[in-house]
Design a protein around this ligand. Structure first.
Ligand SMILES: NC(=O)c1ccc[n+]([C@@H]2O[C@H](COP(=O)([O-])OP(=O)(O)OC[C@H]3O[C@@H](n4cnc5c(N)ncnc54)[C@H](OP(=O)(O)O)[C@@H]3O)[C@@H](O)[C@H]2O)c1
Length: 187
């Protein structure tokens, strides 16, 4: 096992490779049966996480769906929101950042302490981390649904190595190591 922190992209996806549909709805996900104690479950994953990273759309989704009606921000750990916007965070644990992930590498490592960094999403931000050499693994739970269009899972060319697979009720769960960028071969 490599030294900590690892940078880990842990997410769920439709079978056709979307994190959310074009309306940023997750209804395709939240209606699926899952065993919360089953393979690759969230509880075990989050126990190893010391800091989290997300893009603006994901942050906004959390504000709209998890922090509405007076509910507090649901995470105690340091959270880094990538955006170009002038945002006033809703919790002291949230930092607003922009630019290349590499610009924030030392900050993220320090924030994670002796744990790992969770790249929450979206997919392009996770791919920016991969391009900066700051993505060790991708763990995806694929739901048995397609939505045709939406927010992509990982919209860059990369080679991955399949490390582990499992079934958790409706989901096919897969763990991949990030190998590196996949060059284009002209035919
Ligand atoms: N299925 C799941 O488990 C799962 C997991 C995570 C997220 N989601 C959902 O998937 C969707 C993801 O949305 P998304 O694809 O738009 O991705 P996102 O990463 O959440 O948001 C993208 C935005 O983040 C900002 N951003 C990204 N990289 C940046 C950088 N290097 N510097 C500064 N700002 C940067 C930009 O916004 P600005 O320039 O406008 O600031 C960009 O348009 C959301 O609906 C989310 O709720 C689902």
């Amino acid at each position: 096992m490599s030294a900590r922190p690892k940078f880990r992209y842990y997410t769920a996806s439709t079978l056709d490779g979307y994190l959310a549909d074009l309306d940023d709805s997750l209804d395709w996900l939240l209606t699926q049966p899952i065993d919360e104690n089953g393979p690759m479950n969230y509880t075990e994953f989050i126990a190893d996480i010391g800091a989290m990273v997300m893009g603006w759309t994901t942050y906004r989704w959390l504000l709209d769906n998890e922090v509405s009606d007076g509910k507090p921000w649901p995470y105690d750990m340091p959270c880094f929101v990538f955006t170009h916007r002038d945002v006033v965070p809703v919790a002291e644990s949230i930092s607003v950042v922009a630019g290349s992930p590499a610009d924030h590498r030392d900050l993220l490592i320090a924030a994670a302490g002796d744990k790992d960094v969770w790249i929450v999403g979206g997919g392009d931000l996770a791919a920016q981390f991969a391009e900066a050499g700051m993505l060790d693994e991708i763990v995806v739970s694929f739901a048995p649904v397609t939505v045709g269009a939406g927010r992509p899972l990982f919209p860059r060319r990369f080679d991955l190595e399949l490390i582990d697979t499992a079934r958790n009720r409706a989901f096919v769960c897969a763990r991949y190591a990030v190998v590196g960028p996949r060059s284009r071969i002209s035919s």
